[in-house]
Design a protein around this ligand. Sequence first.
Ligand SMILES: NC(=O)N[C@@H](CC(=O)O)C(=O)O
Ligand SMILES: [Zn+2]
Ligand SMILES: [Zn+2]
Length: 448
Amino acid sequence: MTTRYLLSHVSPLGGDRVDMVLADGVVEAVAPAGTLTADASGETGETVVVDCSALVALPGLVDLHTHLREPGREDSETISSGTRAAAVGGFTAVHAMANTTPVQDTAGVVEQVWRIGSEAGWADVHPVGAVTVGLAGEHLAELGSMASSAAQVRVFSDDGKCVWDPVLMRRALEYVKSFDGVIAQHAQEPRLTEGAQMNEGVVSAEIGLAGWPAVAEEAIIARDVLLAEHVGSRLHVCHLSTAGSVDLIRWAKARGINVTAEVTPHHLILTDELARGYDPLFKVNPPLRTAADVEAVREGLADGTIDIVATDHAPHTREDKDCEWAAAAFGMTGLETALSVVQQTMVDTGRMTWADVARVLSTAPARIGRIDQGPRPQGRPLEVGEPANVVLVDPAATRTVVPAEQATASANSPFGGYELPGAVVATFLRGRATVFEGRPVEQAEVAR
Ligand SMILES: NC(=O)N[C@@H](CC(=O)O)C(=O)O
Ligand SMILES: [Zn+2]
Ligand SMILES: [Zn+2]
């Protein structure tokens, strides 16, 4: 018998406040605020009434781009710690990137990740399959066997590395068509970025770090949208970061090319000025860009050119981050701050509504990953009969980010000390609270 929840006076996405009942894994009832009571809502068992008069309900968030590091780098994150962080951030599903050790390039490895994720129970884990064996960029991995495995992989990526060879990229795009898969490209021209440490521009010239030019991203995106058009397949562009990339996606979509794109929270708010302190917390791939790029990605997200926000949560140990800039690993954590950054940059600035947030952080990523259907659908509207994947947000709250206190096993958040708006009050995965009153709920506590 699972707990029933009566979300009293909750703000839905548009319209007046409602009462919503979550029971038996689904949204059992939705009615005008004040009309449902604990007694009336449940015949048997306990009903927990949650006063939601200050809260917004969104469908559980879906991350298309998370690094969980297991297998191989459990010292920086495990599937359990990473999905716990996801739940704290309001996520009910994550796509786990393939750059693990061993690489997620066979049915065996993706099934293992999928199974460990299910057992941990914090959020659905959908492993991303590698495009090439060992991410080496030489031979196509067994995409079909990963697709037909228990993990039902639909998203394939060599993320961390670019599928540079245009012939391999073409073959991969052709191959995934048969099972409606998508290639998620890490767009980085390797020859143009040899030794690159940060964005190439005024700041890199002044502080003397090797630059990563915008064209290295844009050249691959331009090539790949043309390949996707030629093959008639589905392309997704990971962590787009430049104004020119936004223009290319806008052009490709106008032309009818089947492309989607993501932006990370950090590229919506941080700039390469932060590299001046040589603090490797701000070292990330693709690099933080200029204020003009930040403005362009915000505009692209607001007008729908960019489809989704994906965290690119990239945990690293202190040893890999607390060192000089050139030696440090690329990447920053993001699962627990993503929603707040989107609120600050897009909602509180009047550029997006909460319904838009639900689209870019839940509905659209679920659709791109093809997890909006099937046995455990995600990114569904909060209507009667739909799975009770819900996040309750308090938009009026503010909090100071303390990386050491986060649920992720790594402390490389770029937002330490930042005061961010909004707080996740509760997360429900198929009706079970994974987070309640802002704190993660261990499965043992609810297994009754
Ligand atoms: N984003 C990063 O800077 N690093 C990612 C790889 C990637 O997303 O390209 C990682 O795996 O650490
Ligand atoms: Zn990447
Ligand atoms: Zn990544």
